[in-house]
Structure formats: C-alpha cells, structure tokens
Design a protein around this ligand. Structure first.
Ligand SMILES: Cc1ncc(COP(=O)(O)O)c(C=O)c1O
Length: 379
C-alpha cells in the first residue's frame, strides 16, 4: 500500500515518514537574517528546553547544521578539555561511535562495554569511577538503536552524579517520545536531531547544554565548524547561525513541533509509539519472528528480529518484496547474530502497522516461509 504521493512507508530508525504539513512547511524561501527566521530559531530553541524539562535559567539549546552525529561530534570535540577523559558506556554502534569520535580528536577514552542486548551494571560503573579520578565525562546512549534496547538512564545518571562527573546522553532516538527529566537527573548535555521522534525533516543536530558548563567550553574546540560554544554565542548574540543554516529544515521543524503539541506533547506521542510498538511486536510474534532483546529491556522505538532459520528466508529478497509492496524495513546492526529491524516511529499509526504485518504475511507465502507463532510476554 503506497502512500497517496507514491512514497513508501518507512519502518526505519530515520529518516522517517513525516506529515504532509511538515513537508509543506519547507516550500518557502526565507532569508537567514530575516526577523521572521530569527524568531523561528529562537522559538525552536526555547521549545526544546521546555520539552527537555529543563529550566531556561540553567539550560540552553544549540542547533547545529547536519545530522545527529554532527551534534555528537560537536559536543565531544569542543567541550572536553585537553585535560579531560571520557568514559563511554557502550552496548552498540552508537556508543562505539562516541568512542571513535574521542579517538579521532585525541581525547583519552575508556570503554565500558557490555553485549548489545545487555545493560551496564551500576555497581561496575561506580567501581570504575571510584578507581579513576582522571575520568571527567561519562557518555551513554539512551536507546541504543543498534538493537532497540533502552538503557537505564536514571540509575546510571545517579551513579555518575554521585561521582560528580559530567554526564553526556545521546538521546537521538528518544527525544520527543520519552519524557526526559533532564534537569532532575542532572544531565549536563543531551544530543539529538530533528528527524527522529520530533518527526521533522533531517538536517539539524541539536545539543541541550547546561549553560554554565557550555560557557567553560570557550576556546576548547578542535575544529572551526564543530564548535558548540561559538555556535551558541552566535545564536545568543544576534539569533543567527555562524554559517548558512538549513532554512527549509528549520521551517519544517517549527511545524513538526506544533504537531507534537497538538498530539498531546511527548506523552501523547509516546502513547502512539507504544501502541504501534505493541501491535507490531505482537503481530510479528504471531507470524513466528523472534525478538533479539528481552522484552523488559526493549524501548518502544525499534525492534530487532532474528533471521528465521528456515532456508526459505533470504533478507535481500524479503526486503525487496516488502519494498515493492510499499514498505521499507531496515537491516540489522547486531554484531553477533543475523537480524533485521523494524522501527515504529515517525508519522505512522496502527493502520500502517497492520498494513506492514499483512504485507509480511503475503511475502512469507510467496517465498514459502512457514513459521510457527512464538510466545512474547509484552512488558
Ligand atoms: C542513538 C543514535 N545515535 C546517533 C545516531 C546518529 O545519527 P545520524 O545518523 O543522524 O548522524 C543515531 C542514528 O540512528 C542513533 O540512533
């Protein structure tokens, strides 16, 4: 079932399906120094601080041209001083990417890795921080999109704050769909982007920063472009970006934030994604697909399914046939098992979830894939 405009439905971790009104908002050319544009940027930055449950006195939002990784690299490379050291809590590709960024910029980095379907232990984190006073920053990924696991942010944040270290959270795939008590948890920096649960067009990375800390980052950037302090200074002083902003994407972002509010804010969006996720996972279990992550660790964002062991299953063929029916799914990223992933975020409802499940049933029959329903205890 293709969409009215012929596009396919995207069951991916992003970019995602967006509403027609969000796309239509981009059909305007606006000068980057125009008062209306500067007001839009100001409005978006204030909205983000509010959505993060952070007070405008203590936190600020910096917009960065680029995808989510641009925001993460800007944050890591321009706020950690030469005397700093980062501990990265890794259980997937995006944790690894933070470590890779640190390495490229010559920032001392220690990895605390656990398997991709497991959680880090608060006791071990406590031990690592107690043993190494050189660690100044701790980074963790809230929902590791590699598998769809939801990491225990509140518990880990408590330990980091007990040790008085700076806490960096990659909230790329949760900002906009999980209520994040940023200030209450003592989070110092959050990184995310326009095109995931905020359901905007891709093109803006964002960092929510504790303002007092950000001020201390002056002069610490290792590159010209990826400089969080300088970018913030520009936005604060005259409301302008230092370099050409993605004006159309900013306009679409304003619209997508209005639509988030109309849906009931983050709780409203969370309810839709939870319903999508439950229906998708229950339907996949009934079709005989096994999940990779334990149900109690699973976020309501994206789910990893193991390849069926039947010789009738071939991912490329399965993918292509679903795409021909108008549904785009996503390959796996897990290092230890053959898997594929289905996202349930973006402008999707139960109608599209049921459409995808029907399409999978059709494809299974075409390729002769016979599976038996599996048990799934939905949390
Ligand atoms: C948790 C997480 N971090 C970082 C990224 C990188 O974002 P981007 O691909 O927009 O650079 C992603 C993208 O899926 C992600 O899911």
């Amino acid at each position: 079932m293709n969409r009215p405009n012929g596009d396919k439905w995207l069951f991916t971790p992003g970019p995602l399906c967006t509403s027609d009104s969000t796309k239509a908002a981009m059909l305007h050319d606006m000068g980057s120094r125009d008062v209306a544009f500067i007001d839009t940027v100001r409005h978006i930055r204030a909205e983000i601080v509010r959505l993060a449950n952070a007070s405008p006195e203590n936190y600020t939002c910096v917009l960065i041209q680029g995808s989510g990784t641009y925001a993460v690299e800007t944050l890591i490379s321009s706020t950690i001083p030469t005397t700093g050291k980062i501990l990265v809590m890794e259980n997937g590709a995006y944790g690894e990417r933070i470590a890779q960024i640190a390495k490229i910029h010559g920032i001392p980095c220690q990895l605390y890795s656990v398997p991709e379907d497991e959680h880090h232990s608060t006791e071990e984190l406590d031990r690592i921080l107690a043993a190494d006073s050189a660690i100044t920053h701790v980074a963790l990924v809230h929902c590791e999109t590699t598998t769809g696991i939801l990491n225990p942010l509140a518990e880990l944040a408590t330990v980091v704050k007990q040790h008085n270290r700076i806490l960096i959270v990659d909230a790329m795939s949760t900002f906009g769909s999980y209520v994040l008590p940023t200030e209450e948890l003592g989070i110092d920096y959050l990184a995310f982007s326009s095109n995931k649960c905020l359901e905007g067009a891709p093109g803006i990375g964002m960092v929510l920063a504790r303002t007092e800390l950000l001020k201390q980052a002056e002069g610490k950037a290792r590159t010209l472009v990826l400089d969080l302090f300088a970018q913030w200074k520009g936005l604060e002083s005259n409301g302008q970006f230092r370099f050409t902003p993605p004006t159309h994407v900013i306009l679409s972002m304003r619209q997508s934030l209005l639509e988030l509010e109309a849906e009931g804010g983050i709780p409203g969006r969370a309810a839709r994604y939870q319903a999508n996720n439950r229906a998708l996972r229950a339907g996949m279990a009934a079709l005989g697909f096994e999940e990779y992550v334990l149900p109690e660790r699973q976020a309501y964002i994206i789910t990893t399914f193991r390849y069926p062991t039947s010789p009738a299953f071939n991912f490329e063929l399965f993918y292509q046939k679903l795409s021909d029916l108008g549904y785009v799914i996503y390959p796996g990223k897990v290092s230890r098992a053959d898997c594929f992933r289905l996202g349930n975020i973006g402008h999707l409802t139960l109608t599209e979830i049921n459409g995808l499940l029907e399409a999978i049933k059709t494809v299974n029959a075409e390729i002769g894939l016979v599976l038996h329903p599996v048990e799934l205890a939905l949390a």
